[in-house]
Structure formats: structure tokens, C-alpha cells
Design a binder for this molecule. Sequence first.
Ligand code: NAI
Length: 267
Amino acid sequence: MSEAKPDYMHAGWPEVQVTNRLAVVTGGARGIGRAIVEAMIRERYRVVALDYSIGDDALAFAREVNEKAAIFKATALSFDKLDVTDSSAVQASIDKLVAEHGRLDVLVNNAGITRDGLLLRMSEADWDAVLTTNLKGVFNMTKAAIKPMMSQKHGKIINIASVVGITGNAGQANYSASKAGVIGFTKSIAKEIASRGITVNAVAPGFIETDMTAKLNEAQRAAMLAQVPMKRVGTPTDVARAVGFLASEAADYITGQVIVVDGGMTM
Ligand code: NAI
């Protein structure tokens, strides 16, 4: 049904010489996060991907990238285990990375979960799990990351929101609220730290083909697709390219914005 474009890896992995600039990507082990990791390396960042679940395929991917993208025997991509909801573990992880790399240039807050259900049937646990991961996780990571970025007087923070944070969606009150929260957070922090040389933006994907959306049944998929003027599901690469742009010098004068990547779904 979808005419998904090939992911970067399938299109071939070119030799890229990464610089010493560091990008940290949460939820980087699979899906959109994995494609964002690739986009960061193409922008010549060294990447540390933080995830609470790192599969063998993610480690194999890191080996493949490091064969092609390593420089001066340094590692271009590494995975570290981290739960973004654990504020003290987040602080320790950022402290360790800054001690090791001496800098932190980009933070991409991508880790996210869904626990869908109509409000009447939504449990408090499902509300808390989604808000804690999707919104408090962004707070934890951003709070820890802005300190080194402020001392550098330079940094880029990119938050992965969702179109449902703008439009709302029946059956996703917890998820939509968390993503609307991410958008409000993005704009507030952008205002707080713009004068420190740090930009803060969000990318709001529409319907993207990943494990998260694989849970949808055929009828739900068809209903979603019917709302997409471009008549195809988005790929993780579609989202990652927008993130790559925001992480590049081309976006140096852009802050507090939300870039919607949805094939025209919400225009
Ligand atoms: P996914 O479920 O395929 O991958 C999410 C990744 O985040 C996984 O590797 C998971 O282990 C990690 N993760 C989850 N909770 C974590 C935690 N507490 N600490 C550390 N890592 C954690 O999801 P997908 O589709 O790649 O989504 C990525 C982001 O894009 C999420 O924020 C999601 O809300 C957002 N998004 C996805 C859309 C889609 O259609 N797939 C649409 C709009 C937004």
C-alpha cells in the first residue's frame, strides 16, 4: 500500500568523516530515532544514542556505521542504556558524555511511547506512563543538556512532537496532551535560552511507518491514509531529514518553530 522511499542505509552508506561535534539522540535504537542517528552522522556529528532497550540489530548497525564513519579511530556511533524518565540517571549520563567528549552540540528528544484508549477506559497508569516518558523525559534531558550548552554558548535542541499535539486525536488523550506539552515546552525554552546561542525546535510527524504504528489494524491504517493528500505513509527518513536540517548550520537562525512532516495531512 505504501510507496515508502528507501531508508538511508538501503540507499547505501557513504563514507562520512564525522567531526568532534556531539549529538545525543534519545530512543535512537529503532524507528524514527534510528533514522535520526543516521541523519546526524550525515551532518558529520558523532552520535551517542540513548535508549532503554538496545537490540542486537542496533549494535550491528553501530558496527557498520563505525566501519564507514570512524575518524582517528574514534567511535562515530555508540549506544548507551538510559531510561529518560529517571532524572538522576539522565543527569549522570549527560555528565559522563560531557566529561568524555568535552562538549554537547545537539540533543534530539525522540524517545516516546503510546498507551491508546478512550478516556472513559484510560487508566491512571496509562496516563502517567505516557506523560512521564513523552513530556517529563524531555524535561529531564533538556534540563541536563542546557547547562553544558550554555557554557559553550552554542547548542541545538530538537524535540519530536506529533501532529496530534496540534490537532488532538480520539483515543489518544494522554499522547496528544504529552505532545502538545512538548510543543509548549519547546517554545518556552526557546524564549528562555535564545540569547545564549541555543535554538530549540520541534518536528511534528504525521503517520510514519514504525513499530509504534504497526499496532494499528487495517481499518485504522486505511482511515489514516485517507487523510494524507500525498497518499503514502511517511518513513522514518522523511522525519530524520527535517531533524538533520534543524541540526545543520542552515537552521542557525530558526528557533521556537514546529516543522510538520505529514504529507499534507494537517494543512
Ligand atoms: P518506536 O516505538 O519505534 O521507537 C521508540 C524508541 O524509544 C524505542 O527504541 C524505545 O526503546 C525508546 N524508548 C521508549 N521509552 C523510552 C525511555 N523511557 N527511555 C529511553 N528510551 C525509550 O517509535 P517511533 O515511531 O520511532 O517514534 C519515535 C518518536 O516519534 C516518538 O516520540 C513518537 O511519539 C514520535 N512520533 C511517531 C509517529 C509515528 O507515526 N510513528 C508519529 C508522530 C510522532
